[in-house]
Design a protein around this ligand. Structure first.
Ligand code: PHE
Length: 449
């Protein structure tokens, strides 16, 4: 059977952007900024995206396009032997991330419904409303609905399912978020918010680098969908000799643009409403947008458009997460796409059920996945690509670009040494931070049961 490919050249970029742009930009980014001290985090995050994310993304691209295989088969063919286990890690990461991603996606769907029924604009407090839907039956129900939609789309296959959604989503995000950012600009708290969000304090960075570094690394990988083979899988559907570097730049720029724009909406609203970004946690985006919509003209319609767009963004990312696992099952076990998607989807749903019980499980899953699993996956991947097969990697990157000369070796050496070193430090700090979380807030939660 011929392998599926993208319908159009632009289809690949759109799908990769669809994977990258998601809850990571709209939900995770603002609450990371809030927890990690505002602009200090922004600086670190931007540095990670440009200096580490971009070269790492190219590395995943070359493996996918060279091998024409799913993430697991691709890494086995690329590096051979024990590296196959790295593929197993990718599959595991896909499972873990999608399980809680779907719960948060369910919150978004719940807010879509809330926009129609007027739920969140009718309450006294946007924060209380968020708490009321974030755990419990509502959360469980909408987690199930979100997974059902993902299963439905992925069962249809790469072209019909994935390409279509993205073509609507990306332009819609920029338009609607643009409108909301202009609204937020007019608020009383805007000045204070911009200072908090955009002017970093060097002293703060120096004092807090031990939590900033792993947080920025985790966010950098998470937001660009790196470290678990998504970009390997997507690049494997490329049939032509595309300029991978140019594609990578477009993806990184669009993705970063959405994150920055989200911050320009969230922080002015939080400051104006007197909500402290440091404590608003996983609810930051939901609380602040609902807060804004209560007194915006046509708030309900804007809200409906906003949460619908976020839902599409979340779905197109969720699709890429499950696609890593599904394409593995299809390629390696000859499973039927429908069956594979159904079985895997149900398993992921079950893994996400605890997350609907209490929002502390969001942190439990999320810190583990982003700051430990993705960074670990990234380190191993970078070693397999640049230390073991540098010539093959440069040769593949040159297809569709032309002779890279010394730029090719520069890329290899950037990934070989500084990228890998910084990631190792991030991983170490991420693990120690996670242990603190387990012994602190999580132990407290368990004790309170
Ligand atoms: N990049 C996606 C987002 O920002 C999440 C994601 C992470 C998707 C890892 C695939 C792989 O929402």
């Amino acid at each position: 059977m011929a392998r599926e490919t993208w319908g159009t050249r632009i289809g690949f970029i759109l799908a990769a952007v669809g994977s990258a742009v998601g809850l990571g930009n709209i939900w995770r980014f603002p609450f990371q900024v809030g927890q990690e001290g505002g602009a200090a985090f922004m600086v670190m995050y931007l540095a990670f995206v440009v200096l580490i994310g971009f070269p790492a993304m190219l590395a995943e691209f070359v493996v996918g396009r060279k091998t024409d295989l799913n993430a697991v088969g691709g890494i086995r063919e690329w590096a051979g032997g024990a590296w196959t286990y790295l593929g197993g890690l990718f599959v595991l990461i896909g499972f873990v991330i999608l399980s809680y991603y779907s719960v948060v996606g369910g919150w978004v769907l719940r807010y879509v419904v809330g926009s129609v029924t007027g739920g969140y604009t009718a309450t006294e407090s946007a924060a209380a409303y968020f708490v009321s839907i974030a755990s419990g039956t509502d959360a469980l129900l909408f987690h199930a609905i979100f997974m059902l939609i993902v299963i439905g789309i992925v069962a249809l296959g790469v072209q019909q399912g994935i390409e279509l959604g993205v073509k609507v989503m990306v332009p819609a995000i920029f338009v609607i978020f643009g409108i909301l950012a202009v609204y937020a600009f007019g608020l009383a708290g805007a000045g204070e918010a911009y200072a908090y969000y955009l002017s970093p304090d060097v002293g703060y960075i120096l004092e807090n680098w031990q939590s900033l570094v792993p947080a920025a690394a985790g966010q950098g990988f998470f937001t660009l969908s790196l470290g678990m083979g998504v970009m390997i899988t997507y690049a494997s559907y490329l049939s032509s000799d595309e300029n991978l570097a140019l594609d990578g730049v477009s993806i990184v720029v669009l993705n970063t643009g959405v994150s920055i724009l989200t911050g320009l909406i969230v922080f002015p609203i939080l400051f104006s409403a007197g909500v402290d970004p440091a404590t608003s946690g996983a609810g930051a985006i939901f609380i602040s947008v609902a807060e804004a919509l209560i007194d915006l003209p046509f708030g309900q319609i804007v809200g409906l458009l906003f949460f619908l767009t976020v839902a599409i963004a979340a779905l197109s990312s969720a699709i890429s997460l499950i696609e890593v696992v599904v394409s593995y099952a299809i390629d390696e076990y000859g499973m039927d796409r429908m069956r594979a998607t159904g079985i895997i989807g149900v398993a992921i749903f079950l893994l996400g059920v605890p997350v609907t019980v209490n929002t502390i499980f969001v942190d439990l899953y999320d810190i583990f996945a982003a700051q430990i699993l993705l960074v670990l996956g990234g380190i191993l991947l970078m070693i397999a690509i640049t230390w073991l097969h540098a010539d093959k990697a440069v040769g593949e990157l040159e297809k569709g670009i032309g002779d890279l000369g010394s730029i090719g070796s520069l890329w290899i050496w950037i990934v070989r040494v500084p990228v890998v070193l910084v990631l190792l430090v991030s991983l170490y700090l991420g693990i120690t931070g996670y242990i603190d979380f387990l012994q602190g807030p999580f132990a407290e939660y368990l004790g309170s049961l």
